[in-house]
Design a protein around this ligand. Structure first.
Ligand SMILES: *Cc1c(COP(=O)(O)O)cnc(C)c1O
Length: 423
């Protein structure tokens, strides 16, 4: 059966009003809530245009100039531009921009250098690591032997001597640096030294901090690492997707494990959006954004500490902080729920040595990338911190929640999101 011209040309609202309405509802939620989920951001309109483009129609298995399909002369230029921009942004010898997600990027590196049963060493999941760093339910936990390092009980920061000791003992093929909930800078040079001393390869997963790295607000792991993996949708403020950087030596292995190893055809629409993301991330304005993300996190941390909250490791160097809620006698699960009711979106998160179950937790993870993209600065961080304190001090008080929700909606409307896009 032919698809009628009418179907081909009709807008979403005519074809599928149910979905269109829900997109509108979600747009409204994004506009009116204070977004503090540390892995989220708001992308420029240009990124969404690229990602919502006709590129979705194209198959282009393989790499530029070695594509397995006809008609690739334009899309391969897009991919080449994305590759060149990624290399120049992070100072890498090689880039693969095809991974659909951060987990897949990590998978490509693991498959390139490990065999089933080999050992990898990564950060403990309940102390900041990511699922793809060895969680028992993730493929990493099923295929590899997983050794792990955590943070020191007193300082709550990575104890590099301890990492070195565990590496000497477990002899991993790959050491993973990088985390999803670690508020401090990571010493990549130290990690590389440990890797070299123990005959391991260093993979840095910079998913969370890629935007800070691109903007010069965090040390760049690329010169220290054999492999760097990252998502593009977090602090880097790009589309949902990922990439791998590596030295020339591993270029062919990485390309082979991404395709045909773990993926089929690339998402050209996402690759175009990644190219635009890398372009924007190389501009001076992005450096200002990155520095402001860090300043905003520091200010929010200071303000929360002023209200008696305890922060894991005593503060933050990057875009996120982990709040230990135990002094306030509230769990992460309840805090996340009441803050959401008050118009502040965040996520519960295990703190190191958390006595609560993972579904409950004693902590809250807060990040400042998204609010910074909206244009908020230190004053707004203090206002949000005050709101968080009010809600979490009286989590059962509906009138407090209602009053804060109104204030947060007002605050949101002073920093309009996507003025040029209709609901
Ligand atoms: C977010 C994240 C990933 C991957 O995320 P996907 O959801 O698979 O894109 C990988 N590593 C770290 C450290 C992350 O924070």
């Amino acid at each position: 059966m032919n698809v009628s011209n009418e179907t081909m040309e009709a807008p979403l609202g005519e074809i599928d009003p149910e979905i269109e309405k829900l997109i509108g509802d979600e747009f409204n939620r994004q506009r009116t809530h204070i977004e503090l989920i540390a892995s989220e951001n708001f992308v420029p309109r240009a990124i969404m245009e690229a990602q919502g483009s006709i590129l979705t129609n194209k198959y282009a298995e393989g790499y530029p100039h070695k594509k397995y399909y006809g008609g690739c002369e334009f899309v391969e230029q897009i991919e080449e531009i994305a590759i060149e921009r990624a290399k120049s942004l992070f100072g890498a010898e090689h880039a693969n921009v095809q991974p659909h997600a951060g987990t897949t990027a990590n998978q490509a590196v693991y498959f390139a250098v490990m065999n089933p049963g080999d050992t990898m060493l990564a950060m403990k999941l309940d102390q900041g690591g990511h699922l793809s760093h060895g969680h028992p339910l993730n493929f990493t936990g099923k295929i590899y032997k997983v050794a792990s390092y955590g943070v020191d009980r007193d300082t709550e920061t990575i104890d590099y001597d301890e990492v070195a000791r565990i590496a000497r003992e477990s002899r991993p093929k790959v050491i993973v640096a990088g985390a999803s909930a670690y508020p401090r800078t990571i010493d990549f040079g130290r990690f590389r030294k440990i890797a070299d001393e123990t005959g391991a390869l260093l993979m840095t997963d910079m998913a969370h901090i890629a935007g800070l790295v691109a903007g010069g607000a965090h040390e760049n792991p690329t010169p220290h690492s054999h492999f760097v993996t990252s998502t593009t949708q977090k602090s880097l403020r790009g589309p949902r997707g990922a990439f791998v950087l590596c030295t020339k030596e591993y270029a062919a292995d990485i390309d082979r494990t991404v395709f045909p190893g773990v993926q089929g055809g690339p998402l050209l629409q996402a690759i175009a959006a990644k190219a635009t993301c890398f372009k924007l991330a190389g501009e001076p304005e992005f450096g200002e954004y990155a520095r402001q993300v860090v300043k905003n996190a520091a200010e929010m941390a200071r303000a929360l500490q002023g209200y008696g909250f305890r922060l894991v490791s005593g503060g933050t160097d990057n875009h996120l902080m982990l709040v230990d809620l135990r002094p306030k006698n509230i769990t992460g699960k309840v805090a996340e729920r009441v803050l959401e009711e008050a118009g502040i979106t965040s996520n519960k998160n295990a703190i190191p040595f958390d006595p609560e179950k993972p579904a409950v937790t004693s902590g809250l993870r807060l990040g400042t990338a998204a609010v910074t993209s909206r244009g908020m600065k230190e004053n707004e961080m203090r206002e949000i911190a005050r709101a968080i304190d009010e809600v979490l001090s009286k989590p059962a008080d509906e009138s407090v929640i209602r009053a804060v929700r109104v204030r947060m909606a007002d605050l949101s409307s002073s920093f309009p999101l996507y003025k040029s896009i209709k609901e």
